[in-house]
Design a protein around this ligand. Structure first.
Ligand code: NAD
Length: 460
């Protein structure tokens, strides 16, 4: 079935193009109906989705619910706002063009490709799909082959609820992705690593295909002294160890004011025990590393610095304990590459300018977290750093607010989505100027003799 699809790629894309040409996907009633079908598909298959995520990542149901199933929130938001987003917007014209009117019309792009990563394998395919449907496109979905159970399930669900000429899943790994990329798409939406992002951009350039790149990086988390210690510890531990740290916007490392460092460490240790017990390996609420390759990479990173708590591993189970690291060096691998696992290095600073300088000396992160009640400090860090998103006194939840565009800047990505940003990503905003026939002044027509001085006065 999978290979069939791969050898028929040209035909699949061709059929989607033909379907797009019928104009059906441009109808708002059709789009709304398809969004409702997507929601229904998710709700009716909730149990199977939980099971697939459990099989891939041993993801606890609560985590799957919040971070994968609740993509339905994006659907509800799109259903609620679609008519408004889709409405052409009238804009002003210069007074000299008083007989004209100007509008901006969003229109769908055509046939789009969505490529997903393995860490939130259901959400990272379906969330952009909401935007593609809302904007009126046909879509080919390529889930990550690494989260194989979720990929299979997505293919099954999408195949059952949608016609393949409209939306279809093409499963497979790098080869499949590469084959897909030889086709001409009207947009490529990619979630994944920086290195593959570069490949996508290079291939897309050959066809002048617009792209969105949702990448990763090292997201810092600054902790000042003016905080509620217990709340701070809980929110950091939750954001870091959810999905065993395999989250693109997880706090990658802490930058802590040295005056509060030991208190924060003590509080986080208590919190870890409260969340996952004395032995997190036996906790039903703690996920596993996706595969052996990632496990080996992470097990190696633990060797850097000094373990405060955690550090235990079980290769057969692909288990890595939630680990806090002290005394890491900025040149250690754990501080050079995106961690993307349950390891949290803690670095202290004596003055906030040191923390800001460190962040600014590195590629722009996808998220930046700041814990402080000090408004002046909030303003300073916000103004003096650049990051895809910024979250004060919490972690991760910026991802769950549909009215906030989600995306990176610089090395952490290009473009954004969620809420209206998803609709915008998969739309072209067509500028439309309209004249009428009741007047046709001749100031712009040849012969130009004697018209320049008048034009200078008219146009200022
Ligand atoms: P990856 O780049 O290895 O793979 C992503 C997708 O690209 C997969 O579907 C894969 O099949 C495909 N792919 C892999 N190699 C390819 C190639 N040579 N040519 C074409 N396609 C190829 O990423 P991953 O390991 O699945 O995900 C981890 C990365 O994703 C991390 O860096 C993480 O930060 C990032 N991420 C970002 C977000 C975000 O929203 N910004 C979300 C999740 C993950």
């Amino acid at each position: 079935m999978m290979t069939d699809k791969l050898s028929n790629l040209v035909a699949i894309v061709g059929k989607q193009r033909n379907f797009f040409q019928t104009g059906k996907t441009k109808e708002i009633t059709f789009r709304l109906q398809q969004l409702k079908i997507l929601k229904q598909a998710i709700l009716e298959n909730e149990k199977a989705i939980f099971q697939a995520l459990q099989a891939d990542l041993q993801k606890p149901e609560v985590e799957s619910y919040i971070s994968e199933i609740k993509v339905t929130q994006e659907i509800d938001y799109a259903i609620k706002h679609l008519k408004n987003w889709h409405k052409p917007k009238q804009v002003a014209v210069p007074w000299q063009l008083f007989s004209y009117s100007a509008r901006i019309h969003p229109e769908p792009l055509g046939v789009v490709l969505i490529i997903g990563a393995w860490n939130y394998p259901f959400n990272l395919i379906t969330a952009p799909l909401v935007g593609a449907i809302a904007a009126g496109n046909c879509t080919i979905l390529k889930p990550s082959e690494i989260a194989v159970h979720t990929s299979n399930l997505l293919a099954e669900i999408i195949g059952k609820y949608f016609h393949p000429d409209y939306i279809t899943v093409v499963e497979g790994g790098v080869e499949t992705s590469q084959k897909l990329l030889t086709e001409k798409f009207d947009h490529i939406f990619f979630t994944g690593s920086k290195s593959v992002g570069k490949i996508i951009m290079e291939v897309a350039a050959k066809n002048l295909t617009p792209i969105t790149l949702e990448l990763g990086g090292k997201s810092p988390c600054i902790v000042d002294t003016e905080i509620n210690l217990e709340h701070t510890a809980r929110r950091i531990v939750w954001g870091k160890f959810l999905n065993a740290g395999q989250t693109c916007i997880a706090p990658d490392y802490l930058l802590v004011d040295q005056k509060i460092k030991q208190d924060l460490i003590n509080s986080m240790k208590k919190c870890l025990i409260k969340f996952y017990g004395d032995n997190p390996e036996t906790s039903p609420d703690y996920a596993r590393i996706i595969n052996q390759k990632q496990f080996d990479r992470l097990a190696n990173l633990i060797k850097d610095g000094e373990i405060i708590i955690g550090g235990e591993t079980n290769s057969g189970e692909r288990y890595i304990a939630p680990t806090l690291l002290n005394h890491v060096s900025l040149t250690d691998a754990v501080m050079q590459e995106e961690i993307f696992g349950p390891i949290l290095p803690i670095i202290e600073y004596t003055d906030i300018t040191e923390a800001i300088a460190l962040i600014n000396s590195r590629p722009k992160p996808l998220a930046l977290y700041l814990f402080t009640q000090n408004k002046k400090l909030q303003k300073q860090v916000l103004q003096e750093t650049s990051s895809g998103g910024f979250c004060i006194n919490d972690t991760m939840l910026q991802f769950g607010v549909p009215s906030l565009p989600f995306g990176g800047v610089g090395n952490s990505g290009i473009g954004s989505y969620h809420g209206q940003a998803s609709f915008d990503t998969f739309s072209h905003y067509k500028s439309v100027l309209k004249n009428s026939f009741w007047l046709d002044l001749n100031w712009r027509y040849a012969p130009y003799k004697g018209k320049l001085s008048f034009l200078k006065r008219l146009l200022g």
